[in-house]
Design a protein around this ligand. Structure first.
Ligand SMILES: NC(=O)NC1=NC(=O)NC1=O
Length: 174
């Protein structure tokens, strides 16, 4: 998909295609539409990041709260979005031992208790071992540090989702 195809889209088509580049935050995509036509796919990402960077801390926390836990209840109940499902599978989170699942569950709840939002990492650039290591070390951070770190990871997830869309790979069917 090239930027000319994107600039020929209606708002509804744009939302259909790009509505989940930030997990469960179609509002961001809807807001970014105000900047169309776009100079490049990269330009779409830059507008998304600008929108996020201008949010108050509560807005940033809200974006993190829209993310499903890694190997959490949405994964076990099969209610993950297609993108999240593919990302979590790629990190090996769909084939955890009982002990690994319990460890991740514990780390997730410790993290949420301390920070008030879920641990977010770009799963596609990680694996289950690195994720658990990251959770343990990021648990030591202070809340403002973790808020910025989580948003950094959200941007990496967004970049890979836009890249997947532009490769014309489209979204993996369920
Ligand atoms: N809590 C999370 O980090 N969730 C996720 N990271 C990804 O890359 N995909 C997810 O669903």
């Amino acid at each position: 998909m090239d930027i000319h195809a994107v600039n020929r889209m209606s708002y509804e088509e744009f939302l259909d295609v790009f509505g989940n580049i930030i997990e469960k935050c179609p509002l961001i995509t809807a807001a970014v539409w105000s900047n169309h036509p776009f100079s490049s796919l990269n330009g779409i990402e830059e507008r998304v990041y600008e929108f996020i960077d201008h949010l108050p801390p509560s807005g940033k926390e809200g974006i993190l709260r829209c993310h499903p836990d890694l190997a959490g209840r949405e994964l076990t109940s099969g209610s993950l979005t297609i993108e999240s499902q593919q990302e979590q599978r790629q990190a090996g989170l769909t084939s955890l031992s009982t002990e690994e699942r319990e460890t991740l569950g514990l780390l997730n709840s410790q993290y949420k208790t301390k920070f008030g939002f879920p641990f977010v990492i770009c799963a596609k650039m990680s694996d289950k071992y690195k994720i658990m290591e990251e959770m343990r070390s990021r648990l030591q951070n202070d809340p403002s540090q973790e808020l910025l770190k989580g948003i950094e990871e959200v941007k990496k997830i967004c970049h890979l989702r836009v890249q997947q869309l532009s490769n014309g790979v489209g979204l993996p069917t369920k």
